[in-house]
Design a protein around this ligand. Sequence first.
Ligand SMILES: [Zn+2]
Ligand SMILES: [Zn+2]
Length: 327
Amino acid sequence: MQAMVLNRLGAALEWTELADRHPGPGEIRVKVLACGVCRTDLHVVDGELPHPRVPIIPGHEIVGRIESIGEGVDGLHLGERVGIPWLGHTCGVCPYCVGQRENLCDRPIFTGFTRDGGFATATIADARFAFPLGESGDDVSLAPLLCAGLIGWRSLVIAGDGKKLGLYGFGAAAHILAQVARWQGRSVFAFTRPRDTKTQGFARSLGAHWAGGSDEAPPEPLDAAIIFATVGDLVPLALKAVRKGGRVVCAGIHMSDIPSFPYGLLWEERQLLSVANLTRQDGLDFLRLAPKVGIVTKTTRYPLRQANEALADLRAGRFEGAAVLVP
Ligand SMILES: [Zn+2]
Ligand SMILES: [Zn+2]
């Protein structure tokens, strides 16, 4: 197999020939068909997440086909198309796992961060954490659903059922969520980098009721806001944009420091929350819903060898929607 390997934090990924591994008990080997590039991959490469492992193969929005099955795997078959998400393994016995909050597991393993991921021609996964994808939808379009979609969905559920929803940072996750929120009958207010009229137009094309810069106030108070951008300065702005009792959800795994702000922004029962990881139930719920919504993902394809270019373009905001690597 070949892979784009991170050998040193902060360095470029390197094209590497690796021996094929056989799946161990409970594991599957998957031939990678497509793997999305997520903002979290930038945090992995930049060494911004605690307890990194190197060398590592990044990538946790994997669409692939099972080409080998280890002992003791039930319910999956050779040739089946599956999706492999960020949550790669949980301990199953900690209080969070036992309490249906496996996203907060004390001893988790994350795909593309603490176990090798999908910037490769093949990968090994814990079979219990792979989602059967069926045969409808093409591989590249489905890939962004596996993190941008899933974590976006968990964030949307946690944001509550308010009708007026703000989305700060209109990238891969928001462009999927905007479609879900519209389908649910909500109004979407999209916040982009100031003066980024191109992305604001993109948001309107997906049905956003209003689109503007993150430095602008929405035309009416919001019921909830989700922050996908990694910029802590957005937190007080979003609190200012939501009504009394409104909710602000931080959906990213990493954010720059949040500046201090007057208590008045939080007062009147506004809530500030974060979303961490996903549970398998989030994945099942969202992947069942996605075809009903008829989500159309906007993707830019890169050959696997150009993973570094894809990461650089994501960092610079050079494409709309999501980047997807194809081996
Ligand atoms: Zn656990
Ligand atoms: Zn991700």
